[in-house]
Write a protein that binds this ligand. Structure first.
Ligand SMILES: [Mg+2]
Ligand SMILES: [Zn+2]
Length: 192
């Protein structure tokens, strides 16, 4: 049977949104994120991070450095018995000064590229999966891949809620934060 995933936005969801962090020192993981990911793991979902990182295309951080940050994040979660199964990122930026990143690419949220790649590589049933994030593009991605979209009010969440209301788009749930979102998922799942 295909697996199910909880797709996770990174900045403003797992860790504080501080703009374009260029080192792991600047990544402040919210303290409840470990428990949230642990719960995702235990419920049998894959925890898959999907993050737009145009800082690479903007020339603000090297891709190698970004990968280093992600390895350190995975390690930090492992130490707390939680597993980020996979991290997908989009390094592209349409006005990038670096030619190889100068693409209006189909992986940048709200486009579904990263989720489609995850679905193929990790054998995920998207329609039985969830997407959690703090921005309009996160909710739109959830809708675009036919997953259940959840907005968190951390990061840009409050601004996003207003924007979504204006656009008449309703996430399945508006959560206080990532842990609240995961608790809602577990509560809405049928028990066996
Ligand atoms: Mg975000
Ligand atoms: Zn991309």
């Amino acid at each position: 049977m295909k697996k199910r995933a909880v797709f996770l936005d990174r900045d403003g969801n797992i860790n504080k949104d501080v703009g374009y962090p260029d080192s792991y020192k600047k990544i402040k993981i919210y303290p409840y994120s470990y428990e949230a990911v642990r719960k995702i793991n235990r419920a049998g979902f894959l925890a898959v991070v999907i993050t737009n990182q145009s800082g690479v295309g903007r020339g603000l951080i090297k891709e190698k450095k970004l990968n280093e940050i992600h390895e350190k994040m995975k390690t930090a979660f492992k130490k707390k018995n939680a597993c980020l199964d996979h991290i997908y990122y989009c390094p592209h930026y349409i006005n990038s000064p670096i030619p190889k990143y100068r693409i209006d690419c189909r992986c940048r949220k709200p486009y579904p590229g990263m989720a489609l790649k995850a679905a193929e590589q990790l054998d995920i049933d998207l329609s039985r999966s969830y997407m959690i994030g703090d921005k309009v593009e996160d909710v739109l991605l959830g809708i675009n891949i036919n997953a259940t979209p959840i907005l968190v009010l951390t990061g840009f969440g409050k601004e996003s809620r207003t924007q979504l209301q204006r656009m008449k788009i309703e996430p399945a749930f508006v959560a206080k934060n990532l842990l609240d979102a995961v608790n809602w998922i577990l509560k809405s799942e049928p028990m066996d």
